[in-house]
Design a protein around this ligand. Structure first.
Ligand code: NAD
Length: 481
């Protein structure tokens, strides 16, 4: 069986313990590879390598650093098919989605920061004729990057690319549930000539490897994407150590639909924003609020289109809904559907595990599920489910729907559908979310700041914010007279 290896100091190596964890193919429910069960010793080795590599990498001319990173992006393009297949097998997502979203975006993340670093500038302040102040911006040191399982290579590169481009060396940990494409990436890093020790990838469990990364005194900055509960644990460890911290956490995103929307566009995009990647995208809209005069028509048509979504083998090009990422996650999603019923919700379609025939008979498939009849304040509508489950609720006024939208502890993203420009601005200003999409969803310009409000995170990533995050500044004041 294939063994994934750690990537430390430029070599692919076994964990010190020589112990491995099972890696499942969720579409089949079968173990298909082994993951290093690494620990603090491996993290310590990785940090030593990253420290040793820091001087050369951080002082390398930015054009050269950029060229190496661009080469990695080119190699991702070259191995596009192989990576998409690996991502689909590891995660359960339709291979069509890995091809259209995950893998292209991984290459785009690296290109964006590799080229962005060449345009980075720092400020100078002229204090009359008396002095010049300039800001000296330098890479912060060894960065710790930890990513989740839902968009494995996309989010892994989203963390490491700005750190590497800014001149930091990195100790990174992908999710133990989907480690394969980060492993394949380390092989591409070698091929691209990334100097040894610049990127180190330690595989293993969160409380063991992740915690050791957070606790290590020589890791100065932490960039984390994952659940809110984990984010809070990380903050509790890192804050007293005064580490720089960026946390991209969970969401419970509202999708607000007014009666004057472009009905067809709203409907087709809402199918995507509800069920893409089996609803396992932090930016999916799981609470749909529809203006009462459109509620019946929208709900009827939405249910019809949900029923038509092809569920099954993620490797079939026509599949729209693949497997959930693990048995544990499937059980969690099904338990929320049960809760929704207990809370008085009516299931209009879905609600059950799906038995797929053939190769995928043991896989973790759940029907896309649409629920009505729940209030905004019940647990189903307050807690993150992170699966193919949405609720639809009617509203009468802007004030009322803003109250619903803002009623959760989360504030990651929101989607607004209306042809009324003034209303679009009013609602955008009123919703407490870090990203608002008006008449679209998941349209991203990587220059924009990205991140959540409230319990959805702290800090902003994307654009200059991420490059700046991985640097530290000092002001140099030169007296002229
Ligand atoms: P998770 O928090 O369980 O795990 C994320 C990562 O943290 C994994 O690599 C895990 O091994 C590691 N980890 C776990 N415990 C740790 C600890 N004590 N110290 C350090 N690291 C630890 O999240 P998940 O289940 O992998 O991902 C799903 C969650 O991620 C959802 O809540 C989703 O909303 C969120 N997410 C957020 C964004 C965003 O941009 N805001 C993007 C994608 C996913």
């Amino acid at each position: 069986m294939q063994k994934i290896l750690n990537y430390i100091d430029g070599s692919l190596i076994a964990p010190t313990s020589n112990q491995y964890l099972d890696n499942y193919n969720p579409a089949e429910g079968k173990i298909y590879s082994l993951i290093p069960d690494s620990d603090a010793t491996d993290v310590s080795k990785a940090v030593d390598a990253a420290k040793a590599a820091f001087l050369e990498w951080s002082t390398m001319p930015v054009e050269k650093r950029s060229a190496i990173l661009l080469k990695i992006a080119d190699l991702i393009d070259r191995d596009f098919e192989k990576l998409a297949l690996a991502e689909s097998i590891d995660n359960g997502k339709p291979v069509s989605q890995a091809k259209s979203l995950d893998i292209p975006r991984a290459a785009a993340n690296i290109r964006f920061y590799a080229t962005g670093a060449m345009h980075a500038a720092s400020e100078a302040h002229i204090t009359g004729v008396e002095a010049v102040n300039y800001t000296l911006r330098t890479p912060i040191g060894v960065a710790g990057c930890i990513s989740p399982w839902n968009l494995p290579l996309y989010l892994f590169t989203w963390k490491i690319a700005p750190a590497l481009a800014a001149g930091c060396t990195v100790v990174a940990k992908p999710s133990e549930i989907t480690p394969m494409t980060a492993f394949l990436l380390t092989q591409l890093c070698e091929e691209a000539g990334l100097p040894k020790g610049v990127l180190n990838v330690v595989h293993g469990l969160g409380p063991k490897v992740g915690q050791a990364i957070i606790e290590h005194p020589d890791i100065i900055a932490i960039s984390f994407t994952g659940g809110t509960v984990t984010g809070k644990k990380i903050a509790a460890t890192a804050a007293p150590m005064l580490k720089k911290l960026s946390l991209e956490l969970g969401g419970k995103n509202p999708n607000i639909i007014f009666a004057d929307c472009d009905f067809e566009l709203t409907l087709s995009t809402t199918i995507s924003s509800s069920f893409s990647n089996q609803g396992e995208i932090c930016l999916c809209g799981s609470r749909i609020f529809v203006e009462r005069s459109l509620f019946d028509q929208f709900t009827e048509e939405f249910v019809k289109r949900t029923k038509a979504l092809a569920i099954g083998d993620p490797l079939e090009p026509s599949t729209r809904i693949g497997a959930l990422v693990s048995e544990g996650h499937m059980k969690k999603v099904l338990s929320y559907i049960k809760l929704a019923k207990q809370e008085g919700g009516k299931i209009l379609t879905g609600g059950k595990q799906v038995a797929v025939s053939g190769r995928c008979a043991g896989g973790y498939f759940v029907e896309p599920t649409v629920i009505v009849g729940l209030n905004h304040d019940c647990r189903t509508n307050q807690e993150e489910i992170f699966g193919p489950v949405v609720t639809i609720q009617p509203f009468d006024t802007e004030e009322e729907v803003l109250g619903y939208a803002n009623s959760t502890t989360y504030g990651l993203s929101a989607t607004i559908w209306t042809e009324n420009l003034k209303r679009a601005h009013r609602i955008s200003a009123g919703v407490k979310s870090g990203i608002i999409w008006v008449n679209c969803w998941l349209f991203r310009d990587l220059r924009t700041p990205f991140g959540g409000m409230k319990q959805s995170g702290i800090g902003r990533e994307g654009g200059w914010d991420a490059l700046k995050f991985f640097t530290e500044t000092k002001n140099v004041c030169i007296k002229l007279s």
